[in-house]
Design a protein around this ligand. Structure first.
Ligand SMILES: NC(=O)c1ccc[n+]([C@@H]2O[C@H](COP(=O)([O-])OP(=O)(O)OC[C@H]3O[C@@H](n4cnc5c(N)ncnc54)[C@H](OP(=O)(O)O)[C@@H]3O)[C@@H](O)[C@H]2O)c1
Length: 202
């Protein structure tokens, strides 16, 4: 591959909502530096933060225009091994989001996709699951242990990951939710204590 290779990507201008989305083709990809890796994007999932950034509601500053997208899995190395040949290849792009065909990441920012997950499943894991993981195990000295109590609120993505991680280490989970259907789903997951905050507001 040569340094003159081109890629395609979506760019967004903040505060214009989805009208600010524009596709760009034939974008030159710059030289990789240091321990950066070139990644060919195969699947992308959307997160609330993507919408917030597009509509100007994200609390942290964003650049004038940027490539949106937080989560993706790459195609060519499903086992996550980036070979020196790939690292030294000359494709790359600015450090942007993942709505593009090729993206550059620091080597330390990449993890292996488990072989039992599809690209689409893998693309949905990164933000909500890592957020839940960090809450429970991010501080090694205070990592959740068997027998400890965990309270989760609602059945959004973060809570559902947290519940499954907590149960996997043998913790006791108290989960709140809003409907009978969801209560049953939580019980089926193995949650020991389910509270419906609508029928039991106190
Ligand atoms: N998703 C991410 O990647 C991510 C990353 C970092 C931080 N966060 C933050 O983590 C929190 C959860 O995110 P999420 O993506 O899991 O959200 P989500 O998918 O939108 O789920 C939120 C859940 O909270 C429950 N809920 C809604 N209104 C409620 C109320 N008034 N009282 C109590 N529970 C209520 C609902 O579950 P029930 O119907 O079962 O009650 C709802 O499904 C948010 O504050 C988000 O900003 C998310």
């Amino acid at each position: 591959m040569s340094s003159t290779q081109k890629t395609a990507r979506w760019m967004i201008t903040p505060n214009l909502g989805l009208d600010g989305l524009q596709d760009e083709v034939d974008v030159p990809v710059p030289q990789l530096t240091g321990r950066q890796c070139l990644v060919r994007i195969n699947a992308v999932s959307l997160n609330y933060r993507d919408i917030a950034m597009a509509t100007g509601r994200y609390p942290l500053p964003t650049s004038k225009s940027f490539v949106p997208g937080l989560h993706a899995v790459h195609k060519d190395h499903q086992d996550g091994i980036i070979t020196p040949e790939i690292r030294q290849s000359t494709l790359g792009s600015q450090r942007y989001g993942v709505l593009q065909k090729l993206a550059v990441f620091e080597e330390t920012g990449l993890v292996a996709l488990p072989k039992n997950l599809s690209y689409i499943e893998g693309a949905c894991l990164s933000c909500a699951a890592v957020t839940a993981w960090n809450c429970l195990f991010g501080l090694e000295s205070r990592a959740l242990r068997s027998g400890e109590l965990v309270l989760t609120q609602g059945t959004g993505g973060v809570s559902l990951f947290a519940i499954q991680f907590a149960l996997a280490v043998g913790a006791v989970v108290i989960a709140t939710t809003s409907s009978r259907d969801k209560e049953l789903r939580l019980e089926a997951l193995g949650v020991q204590h389910v509270i419906n905050y609508k029928s039991n507001p106190d």
